[in-house]
Ligand binder design. Structure first.
Ligand SMILES: [Zn+2]
Ligand SMILES: [Zn+2]
Length: 366
């Protein structure tokens, strides 16, 4: 299969590089101040929720797009094929086009804030098992700058400061919410949309977070879809041949997924709607894109719905993309002072830094 190429893209591409085009992906991000281990995400394997049949025998994928950035049917079909191949979901995989976000709503809004505003989660369906959940947002970061230039508020063609996202490359955040792919369709002229989407889906499935033949969550094979760069070979392109050699996973990445699929299901992870829940002894950590809630006491589904509603109600134009954590002490814990202290002391040792900070603050208030 050859990619189509427009004359506009061709002219731009030739100016940029004469032989190979390298289209990179950002490594899955972690909280910047994480310092406890070399890989601060190694404490969990949330991708098992996608790969394994339990605790979620089905998968619901919500696709949102800013108007003009909608993925093609072909891209979503590729995504469906990819997930169907590697995710063991006996009750099926549903990929649903959800919101088309008006451009007016997206202007000057950072992608994380857009996600928090438009993420819906799967519809309530009491007749079937709750699904694992995945969210994919297609957007164009050029929109964020355009209004600033068009309105003349900054006559400088390179205005600063402006709300350009911290990370322009398509990416996945390993914490706190490794259930979402950010896909900037403006990055690298939007070339290779299928490979870009599949590469990020690969990260959501835990690729390539292994100790061998990989580095920084990317495969070292230059012929693999999960290499840090996807290359377009210009000579092949000029000869009418397929210029991309990385449309598939390499054997080692496939082996990693097959090995993961043999593991025991995670006992303390699950989705409640779009909310990813990690349960520890006496407390629970709820997460959405860059938002965390620590709940001390017994968790109910209503707690998750309340958290999602509060995040959804944020004003996206005012929200920053920095993580924010909040805590809730359940009513039954208020009189259980000693037990609460014990739980907070445990939470102060949690592998995730925002939880440790929050627990320490609450413990100091005791
Ligand atoms: Zn990547
Ligand atoms: Zn590979």
């Amino acid at each position: 299969m050859c990619i189509s190429i427009s004359s506009r893209f061709f002219a731009s591409a030739v100016l940029i590089v004469s032989c190979l085009l390298l289209s990179g992906c950002a490594s899955p991000k972690t909280t910047s101040s994480q310092t406890t281990t070399t890989d601060p995400t190694s404490f969990w394997k949330p991708y098992d929720l996608y790969l394994l049949a339990s605790p979620h025998p089905r998968l619901y994928v919500e696709v949102d797009a800013v108007k003009g950035c909608e993925p093609s049917d072909a891209t979503l079909q590729k995504l469906r094929d990819f997930l169907t191949t590697y995710c063991h979901k006996s009750e099926g995989i549903e990929i649903v086009r959800s919101d088309v976000i008006p451009i007016e709503s997206a202007r000057e809004v950072l992608p994380g804030a857009l996600a928090r505003k438009f993420i819906n989660g799967p519809p309530d369906n009491s007749t079937s098992a709750p699904p694992a959940y995945m969210y994919v947002l297609f957007y164009n970061d050029d929109i964020i700058d355009k209004r600033i230039i068009e309105t003349g508020r900054h006559p400088d063609p390179n205005p600063l400061p402006h709300p350009r996202p911290r990370e322009r490359k398509p990416h996945v955040d390993s914490v706190p919410y490794p259930a979402m792919a950010f896909i900037n369709t403006h990055y690298w002229y939007g070339v290779m949309p299928n490979e870009r989407a599949l590469h990020e889906a690969g990260h959501l499935l835990g690729l390539a977070s292994r100790p061998t033949d990989a580095a920084n969550h990317h495969c070292l094979s230059k012929n693999c879809l999960m290499n840090a760069s996807i290359n377009v070979n210009l000579p092949s392109l000029l000869l009418g041949q397929d210029p991309i050699k990385q449309r598939q996973l390499c054997e080692k990445c496939v082996a990693q997924l097959q090995e993961s699929a043999k593991q025991q299901p995670p006992s303390n992870l699950r989705f409640v709607g779009p909310v990813l829940v990690r349960s520890e002894e006496g407390y629970h950590v709820l997460s959405l894109p860059n938002r965390v809630k620590l709940i001390v006491g017994n968790l109910t589904d209503q707690d998750c719905r309340d958290f999602a509603a509060a995040v959804h109600a944020e004003n996206p134009s005012e929200a920053s993309d920095n993580w924010r954590a909040d805590g809730l002490m359940k009513e039954e814990m208020i009189r259980e002072t000693a037990k609460t202290r014990e739980i907070l002391n445990r939470a102060k040792e949690d592998p995730y830094e925002p939880v440790r900070i929050l627990a320490a603050e609450r413990r100091a208030e005791q």
